[in-house]
Design a protein around this ligand. Structure first.
Ligand SMILES: *Cc1c(COP(=O)(O)O)cnc(C)c1O
Length: 412
């Protein structure tokens, strides 16, 4: 990603006009929103789709013969096809709607409880979000499978030599994020997938943090499962996607029982519906799914290459400016990283810096970022994390840097 340059056509001023929230003030200062890795902001085009749904065709899907139900069903299924095309998924029925990344991971982890046996091994990376650790620990407790961890190195990347040592014919599943939410590291998932397949295992990639920046192609990656959340990529909360290879989705048992996931129900025996309905019990987040499709349309109109190039420029600019502050350390200095900067100032608690920045209208995240093992590795309680999106500007970064300098002067 390092060599791409920002296209001249990237017009951040007009892009910002699409995001009404960017006009608001916080503590009487213009909002500077740098918490994009926690959730992204929503453009008017997506807000309009949500308003349109509830104003005009709110209805339950699939079951109704009436007009509204048909319209809602069509829009929801069209959104599924947008997701399918975007991630280059072979079939719409392998494109499952979920409530988010956490839900997608839990569908797979709970399904594997029926597949794994005592002594099987599963491998996780040291750079994971808690939602890609805890479900697997629960799975190992249930099945007697053994959890192995790919260690990380000081610059915030995974140790690939150690990873290869962990693999064996006992390895059934490897789960790793595409991009670390705490550090921004882009992990070498192509290599991980290739090596895992060579020993007969499957790979689940948590794409929550990659999907807003990198247009992942699940077939080119040959990945077994890929999960994302809409709210990190300009969509609403409470909706996401799980992609799975057909052979795995056929093999995994349903996650929840209920309406929509059945073929025939009698009290003697119930047979399950085919894909994708087997994994979509109950009334889904219909409006959310439709809005997720609209968010993809919005981002694709700008272009993921343009987004990545511009954000990289923001990352380089901010890295240089922050590094110039005496006593400031940046955690995670992988060559391949997205626009996330995790940092601390010597002797100052990250929470205190975050509080002062908030007074200046700057929203950052402080704490362990749901990735406590990374903080333990660095022996710190947490970091200040500034994460950028394509609607942020260099002027906003200047506000952040001035704020960090002020916080440092006040607190040290
Ligand atoms: C945000 C995030 C999650 C959790 O996503 P939810 O939308 O809260 O389910 C998981 N993994 C990574 C890397 C994330 O950034």
């Amino acid at each position: 990603m390092a060599s791409v340059s920002t296209p001249l056509t990237f017009d951040v001023k007009s892009i910002r006009k699409d995001f009404p929230i960017l006009n608001r003030k916080v503590n009487e200062k213009p909002l500077v929103y740098f918490d994009n890795a926690a959730t992204s902001q929503t453009p008017q085009q997506v807000i309009d789709v949500i308003v349109e749904y509830y104003s005009n065709y709110n209805a339950n899907i699939h079951r109704g013969v009436h007009a509204l139900s048909q319209e809602a069903t069509d829009a929801y299924e069209q959104a599924r096809i947008k997701l399918q095309k975007h991630f280059n998924i072979p079939n719409a029925y392998q494109t499952l709607f979920t409530s988010g990344t956490t839900h997608g991971i839990n569908i797979v982890a709970s399904g594997y409880a029926e597949i794994l046996k005592e002594g099987d091994e599963v491998v996780v990376s040291a750079l994971e979000h808690h939602s890609n650790i805890v479900p697997w620990q629960m799975l190992c407790e249930k099945t007697g499978a053994v959890l192995k961890v790919i260690p990380m190195t000081d610059n915030g990347t995974l140790d690939m030599d150690a990873f290869e040592q962990l693999l064996s014919d006992k390895t059934k599943l490897v789960f790793v994020n595409h991009v670390s939410n705490a550090l921004g590291t882009v992990n070498p998932i192509e290599f991980i997938i290739e090596k895992t397949h060579a020993v007969g295992g499957a790979v689940l990639v948590d794409g929550a943090q990659a999907a807003p920046h990198i247009n992942a192609d699940v077939q080119a990656l040959d990945v077994d499962f890929y999960v994302v959340s809409a709210h990190k990529m300009c969509g609403p909360t409470g909706v996401g996607m799980l992609y799975g290879k057909e052979k795995w989705l056929e093999q995994l048992p349903p996650y929840q029982g209920g309406g929509e996931m059945i073929d025939q129900v009698t009290f003697e025996k119930t047979t399950y519906a085919g894909l994708p309905h087997k994994f979509e019990a109950g009334t889904p987040n219909i409006c959310g799914g439709i809005a997720f499709g609209a968010a993809l349309d919005y981002m694709n109109a700008i272009g993921f290459e343009n987004i990545a190039a511009y954000e990289h420029e923001l990352l380089e600019y901010a890295t240089e400016k922050l590094k110039a502050i005496d006593g400031l350390r940046i955690y995670g200095e992988s060559k391949e990283k997205t626009a996330v900067i995790s940092f601390n100032i010597e002797g100052i608690h990250p929470y205190d810096i975050g509080t002062i920045l908030d007074k200046l209208g700057v929203a950052v995240r402080t704490g362990h970022h749901c990735a406590q093992p990374i903080m333990d590795f660095y022996k710190i309680p947490g970091t200040v994390r500034a994460s950028f999106a394509f609607y942020n500007t260099k002027e906003e970064i200047d506000v952040l840097v001035a704020g960090v300098e002020r916080a440092k002067n006040m607190l040290s």
